[in-house]
Ligand binder design. Structure first.
Ligand code: DLL
Length: 432
């Protein structure tokens, strides 16, 4: 039987949800207008005032916010509440100098944790479960968000953070973890370690909640098979609070967006035009219930498709597909758009693991793309002829998927560095 954490919202009729969204949006626009001079100025430049916004149908009149705005307004420029009402910040790692600092009131944390509790309940989590949170804690939102959700559901929560694999596995076996929360790449690494140590019979895992980075359906099947679990996707970003903006249900076919808190739109990334449901484009969110850091029409750069097709789980919340890449880190190689997820799909379909690295370069004014792929112990060979044959096969499969030649280099098992957080899949030397 499907369980819900907040059934009245998760299964609300379209009409009721729209009424909630309309009311919250109107209030939110006024709140931002009154308290965020930076955004008010943007609205004035576009000739819009709160009086023009009567509901969701007027959303398109509002200006967009981008990462560049967040950078300009750093650190307090988008804050909509006095600092004395704020109780926490979270932040992105900001390795490229694009640090985002998001502020939370206690109310904001409560609703964020509710969103994560919905995700945990949707994978079958109850107070009978042991939930191991192996996302990073600290500034990253993964650990704190799922930690809070797990508490709300009443699971016994193991606040492991990422790393220290020996300790992860010890707690997992000794305390009988049933739900694992971490990045899919770390889940794959933990699965690999469990097999190596012969611990498969000692784990009680039934579900995993994996997100924060792109992962393919093939990777899902791989992890599910290796760990004997159901693997569910979860999506979110620091700017909108963190994980739990959207989550997967028993159908495991797209993520329900918590529409009572975040209104999604799909736009053409080049023109900004709003696209009809079912179109592929850039995902934009407006947060309608957050107090301290309420971003209106925030451009996520994630490329995605929305669908209102009825879901067998009973939830009526709109669904987003797995992000298909980002409009800003989508690779353009020889003029062709390449998503790392396409490459991953080919590798997994051909029996390789998700341990790979894509190196893009420009030599003599011409783009090159090379994919380093680890051989697995099953398909390991040290015969040069055999390796060349295997490489040729992958080159052909990649050509069929991408339409361009990508060089393939098979490397020894375990020679590509493992990640405890988000995996570094792409090295684009052209930008350096
Ligand atoms: O990654 C929040 C999070 C934590 C989500 C734990 C899920 C689980 P940021 O570090 O700000 O926040 O990165 C946000 O990561 O715009 C997407 O490009 C990507 N991303 C997040 N979830 C997924 C997912 C967290 N399920 C950025 N699939 C987003 C693909 C994802 N990409």
């Amino acid at each position: 039987m499907e369980r819900y954490y907040q059934k009245e919202m998760e299964c609300a009729s379209r009409e009721d949800m729209l009424a909630i969204q309309n009311e919250r949006l109107v209030k939110q626009v006024q709140h931002v207008w009154d308290n965020v001079p930076y955004y008010r100025q943007k609205m004035e430049q576009k000739g819009v005032t709160p009086a023009d916004i009567h509901g969701v149908e007027d959303l398109h009149k509002l200006p967009f916010l981008t990462k560049a705005d967040l950078r300009d307004a750093y650190p307090y420029g988008l804050l909509a509440k006095p600092l004395e009402d704020c109780v926490r910040i979270q932040s992105t790692s900001g390795t490229t100098g694009r640090r985002v600092v998001a502020f939370y009131t206690q109310h904001d944390i409560d609703l964020w944790e509710d969103c994560c509790a919905r995700a945990i309940t949707a994978v079958g989590g109850t107070n009978q479960d042991v939930c191991q949170v192996s996302y990073g804690y600290g500034l990253f939102t993964g650990g704190p968000g799922l930690n809070g959700g797990s508490h709300r559901v009443g699971c016994l929560t193991l606040p492991m953070s990422s790393g220290n694999t020996d300790r992860q596995l010890q707690f997992m076996t000794d305390l009988g973890t049933t739900i694992l929360c971490c990045t899919p790449s770390y889940a794959a690494y933990l699965a690999e370690s469990i097999h190596e140590r012969g611990l498969r019979d000692q784990i009680k895992l039934k579900a995993g909640i994996f997100g924060a980075e792109a992962w393919s359906e093939e990777m899902r099947r791989d992890i599910e098979k290796q760990l004997g679990i159901k693997a569910y996707d979860i999506y979110g970003l620091t700017e909108t609070s963190g994980p739990g903006v959207a989550f997967e249900c028993s159908e495991q076919n797209g993520m329900h967006i918590n529409e009572d808190h975040f209104i999604p739109e799909i736009i053409d990334p080049d023109t900004g035009e709003v696209l009809p449901e079912g179109s592929q484009g850039e995902l934009v969110f407006t947060s309608i219930s957050k107090e301290a850091f309420p971003l209106l029409r925030y451009r996520t750069r994630d490329i995605c498709v929305l669908s209102r097709k009825a879901c067998s789980c009973g939830r009526t919340l709109i669904k987003m597909c797995k992000p298909m890449g980002r409009s800003d880190d989508m690779l353009i190689v020889k003029g062709v758009n390449v998503f790392p997820s396409q490459i991953e799909t080919v590798l997994l379909e051909n029996g390789y693991s998700a341990n790979y690295q894509i190196v893009v370069d420009r030599i003599n004014n011409s783009d090159t793309i090379e994919v380093l792929v680890e051989m697995t112990p099953d398909i390991f060979s040290d015969s040069l002829g055999q390796i060349t044959d295997m490489e040729k096969k992958l080159v052909a499969a990649l050509k069929a998927m991408l339409g361009i030649y990508a060089k393939v280099r098979l490397v020894d098992p375990k020679s590509i560095a493992r990640s405890e957080g988000k995996a570094v899949r792409v090295i684009d030397k052209r930008k350096i």
